[in-house]
Design a protein around this ligand. Sequence first.
Ligand code: IPE
Ligand code: IPE
Ligand code: MG
Ligand code: MG
Length: 355
Amino acid sequence: MPNAPSPASDGRASSNRTGEDGEALALDRAVPTSLDDIRAPVEADLDAFRSYFREAMRSDHMLLDKITQYVLWQKGKRIRPILVLLSAQACGGTAADTTHRAAALVELLHTATLVHDDVVDDAEERRGVFSINALWKNKIAVLLGDFLLSRGLLLSLDHNDYSILHTLSNAVRRMSEGELLQIEKARLLDIDEETYFRIISDKTASLISACTKSGAVSVTDDEALVERMDQFGETLGLAFQIRDDLFDFSVEDAGKPIGIDLQEKKMTLPLIVSLREAGRREQKRILKIVDQDEKDHDDLRTIAAFVDEHGGIEHARRKMESLAAEARSLLSGLPPSEARASLVGLTRFAIQRSR
Ligand code: IPE
Ligand code: IPE
Ligand code: MG
Ligand code: MG
C-alpha cells in the first residue's frame, strides 16, 4: 500500500483522516469482504491452528470420540481463531506456536460455551444441524462442554502459556456471569439498554476481545498496542452480538432457530428500545406476551410487528453500524498491512453476515 499515510506516531487515530462515520479513509483500500478472502493472510497459520484443535479434541473414549467427530464435522465460521491470527500479524508479528495454541484454545472454549449455551437455551439446532443436546441429550452436552474446556486448559498449561491462559480464563468467567445476568433479567423482565450492553459485553465481547488481545500479546510487548487491540475486540464483539440478536427477528435461516430468544424471555436491543418508546398500556400488553411460558406463532408475530413499528430494528442496526465504525477507527492506529485490511473486512462481515 504505497500511498497509505503512516499511522499516527503517538499510536492514536488522528481525526483528520477520519470520515463522517468515524471511519479512517486510509483503511478503505482493498478491503476483503468474504470470509475466504478475509482469512487469506493467515491461511498457513490456520493449518497449524487446525492441528492443535484436532489433537485437543481427540479422545480414546468411544462415545466422546464419536461426538467430537460430529463437532469437527459441523462447520463453525472459526471467526475467533482467525481474529487471533490476524491480530498477531497486524501487530507486526509472525505468528508463533503460542499464537497457534491461543487460536486453538479460544475455539475450544467457544465450542464448549456453545454446547452449554444450547442446553441453557434449549436450542435444537446449531450451525445448520442438530445441536449436541438434541442428538445426545443434555447430560452428554454438559459433559462434552467440560471435556472441551479441560482440553483447552491443558493445551495452555502443557506449554506454559500462562499469560494467554490468564486472559482467556477471565473471559470465561465473564461469559458465565453474562449468561447468568441474562437469565436473571429474563426472569424479572426489567432489562434496560445499559444492562443489555453489560450482558453482551460479558457473554460475547469478552471472548472476542480476548482473541484480539492474546493475538497481540503473543507477538508484542507494546502495552498501548495490546490495549488498543483489546478495545478493538470489545467494540467488534458488541456489534457482532447485536447482529446475532437481530437474527432472532429475521425471516432468513441463520442455521439456528429463530424466535428462540423471545421464547426464552430473553429481551434484546430491538425489543428493549421499542418498549421504551411505547406507551404504558402497550408496554404491559407486550410484556404479558413475553412473559408467557409458551408463545405460539401469532404471539411471536405480534411482538415482531410491535418492534418493527417502534423502530427497534432500525435503532439496533444503527447502533451496530456505529460500533463497527468505532472498531474500524481503532485500527487506523496500526501500520497498514494485509492483515489490517482483513480486520477491517471483519468489522463489515460481523454486521453483514447471514450466519
Ligand atoms: C455464535 O458465535 C455465538 C455468539 C456469540 C453470537 P459464532 O457466530 O461465531 O458461531 P460459530 O462458531 O460460527 O458457529
Ligand atoms: C451466545 O449466546 C453464546 C455465548 C456467548 C455463550 P446466544 O444464546 O445469544 O447465542 P446463540 O444465538 O445461541 O448463538
Ligand atoms: Mg444463550
Ligand atoms: Mg443460544
